[in-house]
Design a binder for this molecule. Structure first.
Ligand SMILES: NC(=O)C1=CN([C@@H]2O[C@H](COP(=O)(O)OP(=O)(O)OC[C@H]3O[C@@H](n4cnc5c(N)ncnc54)[C@H](O)[C@@H]3O)[C@@H](O)[C@H]2O)C=CC1
Ligand SMILES: NCC(=O)COP(=O)(O)O
Length: 331
């Protein structure tokens, strides 16, 4: 296996190409290991004036990385207007994602770092998944219930148990099985990717005051507590259900390694409030390493040279570190 990482461009009309170019510019200062982008070279040229080199095979990136951003081309995304996504761009983003996952699965690269896509745009070109997480899980032959979307910042790691569904659907989507599966993926992922062999898990309640003994909702007593009992019986270190309003202050965060939250915003609001600039999205439970910045396509600032590459840089660093941890963990 090469020491390379692959970075899919994400939507060419979003900030993906700009933050990848800026990450390449920061490669020495940030100690980044060699990587190449997968995408339409024109999308990069339209938003970033650094040097690029179009490569024919991934391994060409090794000799080119020092002097230019290597780009493995995909289908032409047409005329890219930053901030104005279209279907050609969505096809380009999808092909970049597919190629990157394929290269990671084949062992050609150590990891895939995915640039941000607009889910609604990809769904218009036949992408039948809530997000990249579920797409990559299926491509790797892993049931989507058995992966966990980890958002990790320097002082907080969170996993949403339900993810991209409407808030009204959350109670019905929660089950003992889902919570147990996400928690297992989270615990094993902490050991494999971070070297935390016996992680402390904290599981949030769904309702105010974690239901206050059933007086404010029954999900804790009927679903969350039985799931926690199963996990404890399996030997996992689990606290909860914790009232969500008091589990994210500094002293509370020191008591766990990862917080499992019942729905998307319960998890992502605290981590983005604390670490929007440097949190990373990593999929746990995969045979490959996959990371991504914590943010989306930011169409509102695309093409304006305003995008910060810091979360992308953190995603590149975390992918490299996770690969190293896996070598140690798996011998
Ligand atoms: N991993 C992924 O591919 C993700 C994709 N998305 C997609 O992104 C699209 C837009 O979602 P939003 O909720 O608007 O979130 P967003 O993260 O794209 O933008 C939210 C706000 O943060 C700003 N922002 C984001 N990244 C920034 C950066 N690197 N530097 C400076 N400012 C930055 C944006 O300008 C905007 O004001 C949606 O279609 C969503 O599906 C959202 C989150 C993750
Ligand atoms: N809000 C997080 C997010 O949208 C991540 O989605 P994806 O990594 O599954 O594409």
């Amino acid at each position: 296996m090469s020491g390379l990482l692959a970075i899919s461009s994400g939507d060419p009309a979003g900030i993906g190409p700009e933050i990848i170019g800026k990450s390449w510019q920061a490669r020495k200062a940030e100690g980044l290991q060699p990587f190449f982008a997968i995408g339409d070279p024109r999308a990069f040229a339209s938003v970033w004036d650094g040097p690029v080199t179009v490569i024919e095979t991934p391994l060409d990136a090794l000799s080119q990385f020092a002097t230019a951003l290597p780009i493995l081309p995909v289908i032409d995304s047409g005329n890219v207007t930053p901030g104005a996504p279209d279907l050609d761009g969505a096809r380009c983003a999808l092909q970049a994602l597919e190629m990157g996952v394929g290269l990671a699965r084949a062992g050609t690269v150590r990891a895939i770092v995915t640039g941000p896509i607009a889910k609604i745009q990809l769904q218009k070109v036949g992408f039948n998944f809530p997000g990249q997480t579920e797409f990559i899980a299926e491509a790797c032959g892993v049931d989507r219930q058995n992966v966990a979307m980890l958002l990790a910042g320097p002082g907080l790691r969170v996993v949403p148990i339900t993810v991209h569904i409407g808030i009204a659907q959350v109670p019905a989507a929660l089950s003992i099985e889902l919570i147990v599966n996400r928690a297992r993926a989270a615990a094993k992922g902490m050991a494999r990717n971070f070297g935390i062999e016996r992680p402390r898990l904290a599981i949030a309640g769904l309702n105010p005051h974690a239901g206050e003994q059933g007086s404010m909702g029954s999900e804790e007593t009927e679903i969350i507590i039985p799931a926690i009992e199963i996990l404890r019986a399996e030997g996992f270190d689990v606290a909860g259900p914790l009232p969500a309003d008091t589990m994210f202050h500094a002293a509370a965060r020191a008591r766990y390694d990862v917080a499992l939250c019942q729905y998307h915003d319960q998890a992502l609001i605290p981590v983005k409030a604390l670490h929007f600039d440097d949190a990373v999205n990593m999929t746990l439970g995969l045979p490959i390493v996959r990371t991504s910045p914590d943010h989306g396509t930011a169409f509102d600032i695309a093409g304006k040279n305003l995008a910060s590459p810091s979360s992308m840089i953190a995603a590149i660093q975390m992918a490299g570190a996770a690969w190293q941890h896996r070598q140690t963990h798996e011998g």
